[in-house]
Design a protein around this ligand. Structure first.
Ligand code: SAH
Ligand code: SF4
Ligand code: F3S
Length: 475
């Protein structure tokens, strides 16, 4: 009988991708995915360590699974509890110490070794069963305590099975790069994911083909520093991301009209002219770019070790808009980084006013253990950081709403990728990444269609169907 695997995913798209790949690795061992936690034989909590309380959230979730494991053991069964992802990497030892009922701790570079780890786990469980229970108040609930957070020399990508042929849905995720060598002083990613690694071009092109074959209509190339990708190519050279995008579009674009491409997340320092030019050349590369800037103050950017100034960022955006006039921008911001003054914060607001963003994510600075930022002087009081965050978010919300209003009355192409709240309702993605809600379209998930935008808020659009994707008049 198939064992049931429940995966809970936190954090970024890379974790979403990795969760799917862990399911692929475990499938040959008889694990089938379940969406209901209650009947799971194994749970993987795929964690994120990017901001405060991440670890605490994991421990509180583990408390729930401890109860499940106790119940399962009492009934003569068991639930295997695994912690994966960036908290596993950063706090593996602490998890083992504080939550001894956990069976497996597995870091992001070790997912291809899951079968080996499960075998080790079973051997340990066998040995534990043969050992007499400890004297005292009865045996504590113990897991098998197997941990693998090594950064191997070889890449996990060379060892993972092919992405499962099971339909990926209309939006296919494709990790092409992993890790980060940038060491922004606030960020844990270089420590939790390791050094930058680029998958070879051919492996990426082949995986894209499989995703398209399985029904993907939009492919999102992923990486912690995706535009730092410089994969080995079959011609013996090393390609840049611009070259890869052209190759993917040349290979699949003509056969699959309507196929769309995106990539995320990028770093300003890696936005080279060739990649910018690709935005002008490839119509199927969606006119939207998430390009985190973090701050508009050069002093703060320097302290963050970002390697660019506010004006560098403005120039990149200028070039992008020259290449692709309809491009919309999105960014990440941090308020309250150590040393950030009122003037520094004002520079951030000014940069936001100068650029005009269509979407954004903004966060209050969170001191992360082990990062240089956590040791910097000039801590900004929480109340000040929060106040700045609210001021920034008000401006960003206003900009998003203004951008979305410019779309009202326009016809746009939408790829429907999920159901809405109400019967008959579908939600899709616009070229600029807004959610577009359409009622009673008669379409299905995976369909693309032209929609007239009828209303807009800061976070989404409402629309009415004009033409089905294949050119038929809609009913
Ligand atoms: N690789 C991406 C994003 C990494 S994390 C990049 O380089 O842009 C996503 C976002 O979380 C970051 O862009 C940053 O805005 C935010 N972030 C990261 N560490 C943070 C911290 N310590 N405190 C607050 N926000 C943080
Ligand atoms: Fe973190 Fe900076 Fe690397 Fe992005 S570029 S993952 S923010 S260290
Ligand atoms: Fe979080 Fe790790 Fe992604 S810390 S944002 S899951 S790379």
């Amino acid at each position: 009988m198939a064992k049931k695997l429940f995966i809970k995913t936190y954090g970024c798209q890379m974790n979403v991708y990795d969760s799917a790949r862990m399911a692929d690795v475990l499938a040959p061992l008889g694990y089938a995915k379940t969406e209901t936690p209650d009947d799971a034989d194994m749970v993987i909590i795929n964690t994120c360590h990017i901001r405060e309380k991440a670890a605490e959230k994991v421990f509180s979730e583990l408390g729930h699974w401890r109860i499940r494991k106790t119940e399962a053991r009492a009934a003569g069964g068991d639930v295997t509890i695994a912690v994966a992802g960036c908290v596993a990497q950063a706090e593996g030892d602490e998890i083992m110490a504080r939550a001894p009922f956990v069976d497996l701790v597995v870091g992001p570079q070790a997912y291809h070794r899951l079968p080996e780890l499960l075998a080790r786990m079973e051997r340990k469980q066998g040995a534990d069963r043969r050992r007499p229970a400890a004297a005292g108040h009865g045996p504590a609930l113990r897991g098998s305590g197997v941990m693998d957070t090594d950064f191997p020399v070889e890449s996990k990508f060379d060892h993972l099975p092919e992405q499962a042929a099971a339909a990926p849905g209309p939006v296919g995720l494709l990790a092409i790069q992993e890790g980060c060598d940038k060491f922004c002083t606030f960020c844990v990613v270089p420590y939790t994911r390791g050094a930058e690694y680029s998958r070879p071009a051919e492996a990426v092109i082949a995986e894209a083909g499989r995703l398209i074959g399985a029904g993907a209509r939009e492919i999102v190339l992923l990486g912690q520093n995706v535009n730092a990708w410089h994969g080995a190519a079959a011609d013996g050279g090393s390609w840049s991301l611009g070259r890869l995008l052209r190759a993917l579009n040349d290979r699949y674009g003509a056969q699959h009209p309507g196929l769309r491409w995106r990539y995320t997340t990028s770093h300003p320092r890696e936005m080279d002219d060739d990649l910018i030019a690709a935005h002008g050349e490839i119509a199927a590369l969606m006119p939207f770019l998430h390009l985190p800037v973090q701050s508009g103050s050069d002093a703060v950017l320097r302290a963050m070790n970002r390697g660019h100034t506010g004006d560098d960022y403005r120039r990149i955006i200028e070039k992008l808009r020259a290449a692709r006039p309809d491009i919309a921008l999105s960014s990440d911001f941090i308020t309250g980084f150590p040393g950030e003054s009122d003037r520094d914060f004002e520079a951030t607001l000014q940069l936001v006013r100068d650029i005009g963003f269509a979407a954004s994510y903004s966060f209050r600075y969170s001191a992360r253990p082990g990062t240089p930022g956590s040791l910097m002087p000039g801590k900004v009081p929480e109340a000040v950081a929060t106040e700045r965050l609210h001021a920034l978010q008000a401006l960003l919300q206003e900009q998003a709403a203004a951008f979305n209003r410019t779309l009202v009355g326009r016809r746009i192409d939408v790829l429907f990728d999920r159901p809405g709240k109400h019967a008959g309702q579908l939600i899709g993605r616009s070229p600029w990444m807004q959610s577009v809600v359409v009622a009673d379209s008669g379409l299905a998930i995976g369909d693309a269609a032209t929609v007239t935008v009828t209303a807009a808020s800061a976070s989404s659009l409402a629309g009415q169907l004009v033409l089905a994707g294949d050119g038929r008049e809609a009913a």
